[in-house]
Design a protein around this ligand. Sequence first.
Ligand code: 13P
Length: 259
Amino acid sequence: MRRPLIAGNWKLNGRRADVEERLKALRAGFREEWVEAVDMLVCPPAVFLPSCESSLKGSPIAWGSQSHAAEASGAYTGEVSASMIADFGASYAIVGHSERRALFAETDAIVAQKVNRAVAAGLTPIVCVGETLDQREAGEAETVICSQLLAALSDESGFLEAPFVVAYEPVWAIGTGKVASVADVESVLAAIRRVLKEGSESLSERTLLLYGGSVKPSNTAELCALPDLDGALVGGASLKPADFLEIMNQCFKSLSSST
Ligand code: 13P
């Protein structure tokens, strides 16, 4: 049985004081009844990982990174490695977000390298896949997504044994208020599971599938009701503690009503 995960991607937002305030509010608002049922993760800009470590240590809330270097160490000015991130108690690493792919020229090959770096550092990779609007309109969504996923799975480091998360984030649904239809999400999730199964039965069984793209409290229940969905990767709404906590609550309630 996979444990659902509600993850917040804080992107390039916040200053130290707001971030620490937000962490405090999340810790205070995390309900006891969620502990055994749903995991919560926050992914702030890397400079705030020490704040996560000091504010969240000992709480049920995990923290992770938004991006890390494809290389382990060396002359790569400005980069932060997966092991440095792990040094601050992080347990997850977002890899291949569409903003990284589109704005920072992150290719499938780089994504695969980063997945390996994350796993080698003991971080669980959250690999983001998703189609643009043009690709969806051309009927290519599933082909694009499966090929992004296969590329991320082309590993050398034996990560097929490691914990793994895939986030389906249609590019056109990110920050736009537009959410993919439940039927579309369902069919993409089924395609992702098929690809994972081809890797191995156990990889498919253990991999969490998240949806991301304009997730908010009002659409969480409908999404979490999908049997193959294991949670959400939330952008904008994860910056507001009340909304993020309500997304957790909606996910928890939808689990409770399905059992
Ligand atoms: P929004 O929830 O703001 O649409 O962002 C989604 C996202 O990119 C999460 O990684």
